[in-house]
Design a protein around this ligand. Structure first.
Ligand code: KIV
Length: 280
C-alpha cells in the first residue's frame, strides 16, 4: 500500500522530514519510488525539463494527464501529487474541480495548484469533492514570473505578512500541505511553525517540514537553469554524453555489436540451405 495523505500529515506531527521529488516518466519515477521518496510530484516543470519550453505557461491538461499516467504506472510506495497547469483552474471553480478529477483518473492521489487567499474558495471546492490539494506559495512560476520575474519572495515585513495570511487561508480552505518556493528562510520557518499542515520548501531553507527538488536538477541532467537552491548529487548529463560518445565510436569502429549481442539461425544446415536457395 502506498503512502496516503494522512501518512504525510502524520509525518509533521511526528516531526519527520518529508522528501518530495518531481517525476514525469515511468523509468525515473520507478527509481524515485524505489528510493523511498515520500511524495512524487508530477510538476508542471515538466514543460521545461521534459518538453523544452521556456516556462510552465504552455503546459496542457493532456500533457499533465500523460505524465501522471506514466508516473502512476511506476509508483508502489510514494504518494502521487500532480500539478494543475496554467489556466486549468484559474478561470472557474468548475474548471478546477473537473480538471482535478481528470488528474485523479490519470492516477494522482492529490493535485497541486498555485495561489494564496484568492484560491481559497477553489481549494475548498476541490477538497469538498474528495480530492486532496497541495497549495503552492512564494514564487509561483505560472504567474509570479509574468509580473516580477525570478525573485526571492518574503524579504520584507509586509511581503512576509501577506505570505503568512495566504498560508493561513489555504490551511483553512483544507489543503493537506503547501509547497513554498524561494521564500526567505526566516519567513519559511515562521510559516512552518504556525501552519498545521506540512510545508514543503524549495529554495526556502531548512526550517520547512520537507523539501522538494526537480529530479533533473538533483541528477545534474538539466543545464539551462541552475538555481542556487538545487543541490546536485551527481553529474549525470556528463556520464550520459560520455556513454553516448563511446556507443557512437563503437558503431563507427565496428566494435559493437559483438557475438553476445546478436542472434543466429537454428544451425549451419539452415544457413547452407538458404545460401543454396538464393544462389550465393
Ligand atoms: O512544477 C514543479 O516542479 C513544482 C515544484 C518546483 C514545487 O511546482
Amino acid at each position: 500500500m502506498h503512502r496516503s495523505v494522512q501518512d504525510i500529515l502524520n509525518m509533521k506531527k511526528e516531526r519527520k522530514k518529508i522528501s518530495v521529488i518531481t517525476s514525469y516518466d515511468y523509468t525515473l519515477a520507478s527509481l524515485c519510488d524505489k528510493a523511498g521518496i515520500d511524495i512524487l510530484l508530477v510538476g508542471d516543470s515538466a514543460g521545461m525539463v521534459m518538453l523544452g519550453y521556456e516556462n510552465t505557461i504552455p503546459v496542457t491538461m493532456e500533457q499533465m494527464c500523460m505524465f501522471t499516467e506514466s508516473v502512476s504506472n511506476a509508483r508502489n510506495n510514494s504518494l502521487l501529487v500532480s500539478d494543475l497547469p496554467f489556466m486549468s483552474y484559474q478561470a472557474s471553480i468548475e474548471d478546477a474541480v473537473n480538471n482535478s478529477g481528470r488528474l485523479v483518473k490519470a492516477g494522482a492521489d492529490a493535485v497541486k495548484l498555485e495561489g494564496g487567499s484568492v484560491m481559497a474558495k477553489t481549494v475548498r471546492a476541490v477538497v469538498d469533492v474528495g480530492i486532496p490539494v497541495m497549495g503552492h506559495l512564494g514564487l509561483q512560476p505560472q504567474t509570479t514570473m509574468l509580473s516580477q520575474g525570478y525573485k526571492v519572495q518574503g524579504r520584507t515585513k509586509d511581503a512576509a505578512m501577506k505570505l503568512i495570511q495566504d498560508a493561513q487561508d489555504l490551511e483553512e480552505a483544507g489543503v493537506f500541505s503547501i509547497a513554498l518556493e524561494m521564500v526567505s528562510h526566516e519567513v519559511a520557518e515562521i510559516i512552518s511553525k504556525t501552519i498545521s499542515v506540512p510545508i514543503i520548501g524549495i529554495g526556502s531553507g531548512v526550517g520547512c517540514d520537507g523539501q522538494v527538488l526537480v529530479v533533473q536538477d538533483l541528477l545534474g541532467m538539466y543545464d539551462k537553469i541552475r538555481p542556487k537552491f538545487a543541490k546536485r548529487y551527481m553529474n549525470l548529463s556528463e556520464d550520459i554524453v560520455r556513454s553516448l560518445e563511446s556507443y557512437k565510436n563503437d558503431v563507427v569502429s565496428g566494435t559493437f555489436p559483438r557475438e553476445e549481442n546478436w542472434f543466429s539461425m537454428d544451425d549451419e544446415a539452415e544457413l547452407k540451405k538458404l545460401r543454396e536457395h538464393i544462389g550465393s
